[in-house]
Structures are given as C-alpha cells and as structure tokens.
Design a protein around this ligand. Sequence first.
Ligand SMILES: [Zn+2]
Length: 500
Amino acid sequence: MYRRIFVTLALILMTTASGGNSRAAQSTAPVYVTLWFDTEDYILPQSDDAAKRLAEMLTRLGVKATFKVVGEKARVLEQRGRKDVIAALKKHELGYHSNLHSGQPTPSVYLQNAGWEDGAAEFHRRELQGVRDLERIFGATPVCYGQPGSSWAPQTYPALKRLGVNAYVDESNHVGIEDQPFYYGGMLNVFKMRSTVVRMDLGKPNNLAEAQQELQTAIAALRQRGGGTISIYYHPCEFVHREFWDGVNFSRGANPPREEWKLPATQNAEEIERNYRDFEQFIKFIQAQSNVRFVTVAELKERYADQAATHNFTAEEIAVMARTVQQEISFQKLNGLSVSAADSFSLLTEAALALPRTDKRPLKITPLFGPARGFIPAASAKQLSAVKVRELLEAARHVSAFYQTHGRIPDEVWVGAFSISPADYLATLGALLESAGKTTPDLKREMPLVRGRFTADKYVAEDSPRLWGWVIFPEGFHAPKIMEQARLQAWTLKPALLQK
Ligand SMILES: [Zn+2]
C-alpha cells in the first residue's frame, strides 16, 4: 500500500515538472521495457521448472529477458542434470546475482567495516567462483550484476569491472537519479527506478487490470520526459512457491547447515497455472503498446551509451566546467553530454597541465572512481587559505600521476606541506583556469583557495535500518560505513542520457 501511494505521487511530480516537449514528440518518444528475473532459488526443485517455463514462454512471444542467475543455482542445475533448463535460459541474456545469495554473510554484512580497496578485493575473492561457474555452465559472461536482497555496497563496482561485468541491474534505494537509469561506479545502473518499476502482483484479485493501469501511467509520464525506461522484475520461484526459499532458511542471520535446509511451501496447480496465464497476458499487453519495446540490458547499454566518455572537450566546454565547479561540484549537462564530478576532475586537471592553451591537446575524460575515504586535514597549526599557482600546478601533476596509477580520485591533494580536499582542489583549479584564459599563468601569483561545495552525494540515501530492511540480515543491521563510501563514490554519479 505504501508503495502504491508513493508511486502515484512521484508520477504526478514527474508529469508536472516537465515541459517544453511538443505533444507530437511526446507521443512518439520511445519507451523501453527491460524484463529481468532473479533466478536464485537453489533449494526448491520446482523453481527450476518455473525458470524453464518462463524462458520458453518469452522465447515463444519473441521477448528477450535477462536472467540474473545465482552461482549456486547454476551449479545445482548442472548437478540435477537440468540441461533443458540451461538451454531454455541460454536463449535469453545472462546476468549475475551473486554466488550464494542469502548464504551468510551476504555482501553488505561482510563489507560493513571494509574500506575501498580491501572491500573490492574481498568481494572479488568471494564472487570470482560464481562468475566463472556461470561462464562455464552458460558459455557467456554475465552482462550485469544485481545484489541479493538489499545487500548493496559501492565496493562491488571495481570488483565487477575486474570480473568483466559492466552493468548494474536491480532495485533498491541506496543511490539513484529521478527513477531512471544513471551512471555510477563507472557503469550503467538500472536501479532505484521506483515509479518506473511496474510489477503485476501474482495471485492478487484484479492484478492484471491494476498492472495495465500502472504501466500506462508510467508510459505517459516517461513520454512527458521525452522517453525512458521501465524496469520489470520477477523471480521464477514466485510463480510456484508460497514463501521465499531463503526466508524459510536464512532469516535474521540464520545459517543452518545444508542438511537442515527446509523446502518452502508451494502453490497448488491451479494457482500456478493462473500465475503463468496472467503473466503472459501482461507481457502481451505491453507488446501491444505503440512505441514501447522490450530491450535487453545489452541494448540499454547502447541506448544509454556514455557519449562523454569518447568526446574531445573544447576550450569553451572546459571554460563552462571551470566556472561551474567553483559554485557547485556535481554532475552537469554540457552540450547534450552528461558529465560527472569525477569527469570534471580529470578534465580540469589535464586542462590545467595543458595551460596556457587548453585546446592544444585532446582533452578526454579519464574514467575514475571517487576517493577511498573522506578528507582529513593534515595535522598542523595552519590551514591553507591561499595557494601559489606554481604549487597548484605541481599538485595537479601529482594528481594526474596518482589517478593514472590508482584509477581514482586521491583522498587529499598536497600543496607543498599542506593538504586540501579534492573538492577544494577542483574548485580552486576552476578559478585558475577561468583567470588564466589563453595567457601563460603567472607562477609566482598567489590565489585564494576556493572552497568546493560537493553536492552529488545528495542522491545517496542516509544510512538507516529501514534502508537495510531485508529479512535475511541480522536483526537491526545497518551499515553507516558503506553509505559513507557510497557518498564518496557520488563523484562518479551522472544521469544516463537516452541517445536519440
Ligand atoms: Zn534475489
């Protein structure tokens, strides 16, 4: 109930906030629907048949979905000799949904005290086998990953990149921009989609009519915004069980041995048939909408390809960026490109090193992660309030060398014997670039330190037990350090723009 009220409100806000698009453009604006299945239940054998039946139904209907498979689920399919299930799933796109899903400890639990690099290394260590098993069993590298339950953490992103997984698809509230796809951690995220998540509740009275209404409301709202994406997810096990496979075994931190695992109760044959029938009707209804198309995650990656990543930035664009970062450090839209705070950080650093003429060499974004920890002022009686141009440019050379080595923004920037925060460095660099123009900067000049106002982290949720409400977590679990890391990685956050 809570969710439905919220959805309606968000849609009204989205609809009234937009404008400027002509009615004709709105009616033809494309709406993409991405359909994904968290294929995770490795306990109840009937859920193997559910995965097969859904995959085959969708193949028959001409819809390609994404099956995010758990490592243990893939191994269990192999052990049970279910080549038929594997073959049916292989007609769709493969995603990854962690190695053990609800087996304790889940990622947010074992990462709750970790830092950036050690956390990424630990996630990589624990998850490598799952990805390798999926590759062996399905013959493909997963296109995307999404966490079990709400067991999210930012350290997963660099680890996933190392594993060759380059998109994040799930639904939770940790980070997101206006219920549409975005870039974060260097990859496309379909996450925190809220009002643009449409699900037909299985087994509820009047479910099909309600879902059809909800879908049309979401389509209309997206058309007002010039098009966009709808996210639909299910679990194959939902079609056959009465309760989740993990809830009956791993709730509140429980960790029973395999021989004590219980099977969840199942629905009766009539209920199960109705689930498939309703679902098929819902899919056909979506197919019947004009200018609405099912797309895989791989297709979304093309539709939302990051044009900024390959763009050669002009002196004029650098000048706009240099002005903007002195006011506020966040993502910005620049000549139809989406630029993150981290993008600005590498671009302005390289532009400063190219002075006096910022257009004398190609200025391209270096993809960077955010800092590993919050800024801690160095121990000294004096704090900097001004910097010499010579020292700032020297600092920029080190910053560039640092991110070429570590692939991320440094935690602090050294100006002589004093350290400044990455935000203060970027804002001050903006002021230098604005004043330098096309003349050689006066190295002896001293300039005031500009305080950087980093605001991109407002799109990251506050830590609270509610954010971590998944029943598999130990009672009262919450993870302030994970959300602190998440705010630091907001340097990488920016909306994903739909290519026309
Ligand atoms: Zn799951």
